[in-house]
Design a protein around this ligand. Sequence first.
Ligand SMILES: *[C@@H]1O[C@H](CO)[C@@H](O)[C@H](O)[C@H]1NC(C)=O
Ligand SMILES: *[C@@H]1O[C@H](CO)[C@@H](O)[C@H](O)[C@H]1NC(C)=O
Ligand SMILES: *[C@@H]1O[C@H](CO)[C@@H](O)[C@H](O)[C@H]1NC(C)=O
Ligand SMILES: *[C@@H]1O[C@H](CO)[C@@H](O)[C@H](O)[C@H]1NC(C)=O
Ligand SMILES: *[C@@H]1O[C@H](CO)[C@@H](O)[C@H](O)[C@H]1NC(C)=O
Ligand SMILES: [Zn+2]
Length: 259
Amino acid sequence: MVLHLLTVLFALLVTSHAARSRGPDVYTLCKRGFSYTWDDGPWTMHEEIVETFDTQGAKTSFYINGNNWSCIYDEENVQTLRTTFENGHQIASHTYLQWSHASLTELNDTQIDYEIKRLDEALIKILGIRPRFFRPPYGNFNQHIIDYIRGKHNKTIIMWSNDSGDATGGSARDSWNFYTRFAREEPDYTGLTLSHEVSDAGVEAMRNGTVQALVEAGVELLTTADCLGLEPYDYVGDYGERDETWNCDAEWTPSVSSR
Ligand SMILES: *[C@@H]1O[C@H](CO)[C@@H](O)[C@H](O)[C@H]1NC(C)=O
Ligand SMILES: *[C@@H]1O[C@H](CO)[C@@H](O)[C@H](O)[C@H]1NC(C)=O
Ligand SMILES: *[C@@H]1O[C@H](CO)[C@@H](O)[C@H](O)[C@H]1NC(C)=O
Ligand SMILES: *[C@@H]1O[C@H](CO)[C@@H](O)[C@H](O)[C@H]1NC(C)=O
Ligand SMILES: *[C@@H]1O[C@H](CO)[C@@H](O)[C@H](O)[C@H]1NC(C)=O
Ligand SMILES: [Zn+2]
């Protein structure tokens, strides 16, 4: 009996230690500051978003795709993403494709590997980084995806605490009210918010001054990594040089060592 109890206690100790050292399964809230994030790019408004945050001395994070609205290897995307990265904003993974499926929960592990590795490879080539943060399309995941993405790909799932609604029919006015409410009523809230760089509503609200309103209210706009106190990338190296593998059309065979 005593032995049994000791075993149980020991098991509990080991489990809670493991849970502590690997961190939570999914992050939805910052630890400090505020993370204003953008999904589904890179797209035509990307550069303007970066300029707006730069002008306010603020940081933002992009959860990008490899080939959704545009191919990440397009020269314009390559140059813009390098500026984003050099200016201290964060790049995170939101899968390679996205449109081709309803959610990761409907894919098998081989298909999940493709979604993660094909984008990881592009980011290693273009920016010399491999992102640690991953946001699943439509925010859909289950325990298997959490464990698989962590174990196989060393990535942590990042969701959000508040959704601006810009991808679900919300107007520019709605996004404006959403962000300025933080500024007016909850400037100390450590929010992690969702906007979309392909959404006219989300970008229109930004043009109308959401970033400035937050900064003026004293909200500290940080990258997701900084607001969580975590490393954004688990590989950092040099930029690559364009070759014939830098395209989204050809059949893909991995050409850099990835996991
Ligand atoms: C990008 O993905 C979204 C799904 O989030 C899809 O609705 C949209 O049609 C895709 N865009 C393109 C151009 O394929
Ligand atoms: C995953 O699904 C794809 C597409 O249906 C299929 O070709 C592949 O064999 C599957 N892989 C595994 C490991 O089930
Ligand atoms: C733009 O900002 C003004 C206040 O400066 C606000 O009254 C208006 O509703 C906002 N419009 C949109 C579309 O965000
Ligand atoms: C953000 O989400 C939290 C938790 O749901 C909620 O209490 C808070 O009012 C929201 N803030 C804004 C400005 O939407
Ligand atoms: C996973 O990422 C973390 C944070 O960057 C890093 O410390 C760790 O070495 C990585 N693990 C593996 C197996 O690459
Ligand atoms: Zn998305």
